[in-house]
Design a binder for this molecule. Structure first.
Ligand SMILES: [Zn+2]
Ligand SMILES: [Zn+2]
Length: 263
């Protein structure tokens, strides 16, 4: 499988995963124009996608969905509650809901030659999920928009060769920053987002022999920046794990696509 982060961050999220015969998106939280340009630069035709897997209904994950689906008939997978929320937000009824495919956490399904496993995450949305994807040879584990993690999340992500994990905020920047108190509390809560420190701790649980690439994603624009996320995670891993030169750590950017890389 190949993986490319088209955009990631609090302002919009969209990732591409492709195999020999299958192509899909995780979330469509950027404009259709940006999705289309991103796919074209990868040599992928938008109308040729096999699925869009949606994590939850927050706008940074579905902003581009309505327009994209009005142009390209691509099946959408998400939990029933998420699909209902997307339909409710579509005030002009522009989305063809026959494209909707409800999925349940912990119930695997198949898109082309990719096995997909959805799992629940702790976040303040209707019924949010993240996904692992596997083509039999390698496994990609994605986990963003989660206020906390536990053995259940770890067990789903275990065995991944590529991890795409949330490293949303730096605790000191958030505390000293301009956000109102209630919003800060929401972000820090168990239904909010993962800090750089917590991301490092999650990675430490997952550093088995299989891990090749770790992407730090869903960075906050106000309360983080790529170099800080990278250095915080790297320092923590160096301290607790030792030599980390065996795998790559990359920071996903909000405005720049990552390179397409083998999972
Ligand atoms: Zn969210
Ligand atoms: Zn988000």
């Amino acid at each position: 499988m190949k993986f490319c982060c088209i955009a990631s961050g609090s302002s919009g999220n969209c990732e591409y995963v492709g195999s020999e015969s299958t192509g899909l998106l995780i979330d469509a939280g950027i404009s259709t124009k940006r999705i289309t340009c991103g796919l074209e630069s990868l040599g992928v035709k938008p109308e040729g996608l096999d699925a869009i897997l949606v994590t939850h209904e927050h706008s940074d994950h579905i902003k581009g969905l309505e327009v994209f689906l009005s142009r390209h008939h691509v099946p959408v997978y998400a939990t029933m509650a998420t699909l209902d929320a997307i339909a409710a937000l579509d005030k002009k009824n522009r989305i063809d809901t026959s494209l909707f495919n409800p999925v349940k956490p912990d119930n695997a399904f198949v898109v082309g030659d990719i096995d997909v496993m959805p799992f629940s995450i702790s976040h303040d949305a209707k019924d949010p999920i993240c996904y692992t994807l596997s083509d039999g040879d390698s496994k990609l584990g994605l986990a963003t928009d989660l206020g906390t993690f536990d053995d259940y999340i770890i067990s789903h992500l275990e065995g991944s060769s590529t991890l795409f994990l949330e490293s949303n905020y730096d605790r000191s920047m958030l505390e000293a920053g301009p956000y109102p108190y209630m919003l800060k509390q929401r972000i820090i809560s168990s239904h909010g987002h993962l800090s750089n420190d917590m991301c490092a701790r999650l990675i430490l649980h997952l550093l088995g022999r299989s891990v090749k690439n770790v992407y730090l994603g869903h960075l906050s624009k106000e309360n983080n920046y790529p170099e800080l996320a990278y250095e915080t995670v790297k320092c923590e891993l160096n301290l607790e794990y030792g030599d980390i030169s065996r795998f790559n750590i990359k920071t996903a950017r909000r405005d720049e696509m990552s390179c397409m890389s083998a999972v």
